[in-house]
Write a protein that binds this ligand. Structure first.
Ligand SMILES: [Ca+2]
Ligand SMILES: [Ca+2]
Ligand SMILES: [Ca+2]
Ligand SMILES: [Ca+2]
Length: 242
């Protein structure tokens, strides 16, 4: 049985997603932060929530293959920038072999548009592909199995930890200012003749497969509720005593 997990802090905001979401949606997360700089210091990522661990039960991964551990996504509070972090158990050389690192991004949350994999194996239809540190847009039109992409931009990235911990920043405008998108990551170890690592694991079983969702929000939800709480307290304080 597939699980639906939400990373949301406030049940009243997110309960609808959990109950109405596609059964194949594994996890919806949000991290809002203005504190990230893409550099060798990872302390600015502390406290952000990663997608579920993908380190266990990965057969057929070779010494020079990609084995995803977790991916973490975040957005700036003005929604202008996304931040992406790959953490890996095992890695291909990111600089020399970027084609091992593929993040398929479905910005209209519709499998009926965008790339669904050469064998229709993806559960999403990707409008964008982040391969290595280069962002591409799907150009295959109605041929959803055509691996056809146009260059969009090269992302700012940091690979200070031997391909085991890689961070990126990405302008929201480069993916059409989408604030919610579905995604699947593919470690394309087939390039070494080995087993690909899909994240989530069932990201290669077609329309019934599993995927993740990210939803950007301008401010942490708790900050808004704290503000409302303070306002109510303020009103109470002002209420004249009879
Ligand atoms: Ca940093
Ligand atoms: Ca893995
Ligand atoms: Ca799509
Ligand atoms: Ca996997």
């Amino acid at each position: 049985m597939k699980r639906v997990i939400t990373g949301c802090l406030i049940a009243i905001v997110c309960a609808g997603w959990a109950t109405t979401a596609d059964a194949d949606l594994i996890s919806t997360l949000n991290n809002t932060t203005d504190g990230i700089t893409i550099d060798s210091d990872r302390s600015d990522w502390a406290g952000l929530t990663a997608y579920p661990d993908d380190s266990a039960g990965e057969p057929g991964i070779g010494a020079f293959d990609v084995d995803w551990d977790t991916i973490t996504l975040a957005n700036s509070s003005d929604l202008s920038t996304f931040y992406i972090r790959y953490q890996l158990n095992n890695a291909a050389d990111f600089g020399s072999f970027p084609a091992f690192y593929n993040l398929f991004i479905d910005t209209d949350e519709d499998r009926g548009t965008g790339y669904i994999g050469g064998g229709s194996q993806l559960p999403i239809g990707a409008e964008y592909l982040l391969q290595g540190a280069t962002l591409y847009a799907f150009t295959g039109g109605a041929s959803q199995t055509a691996f056809s992409w146009g260059f969009v931009t090269a992302l700012t990235s940091d690979n200070s930890f031997s391909s085991l911990d890689i961070t990126f920043s990405m302008a929201a405008s480069s993916i059409g200012n989408a604030d919610t998108f579905d995604f699947v990551a593919l470690g394309d170890n087939g390039l070494n003749g080995n087993t690909p690592d899909y994240y989530p694991d069932d990201g290669n079983t077609g329309s019934g497969g599993d995927y993740f969702k990210y939803t950007a929000v301008p401010e942490p939800v708790t900050a808004g509720l704290l503000f409302v709480g303070e306002a109510l307290l303020s009103l109470r304080r002002r209420k004249p005593v009879a």
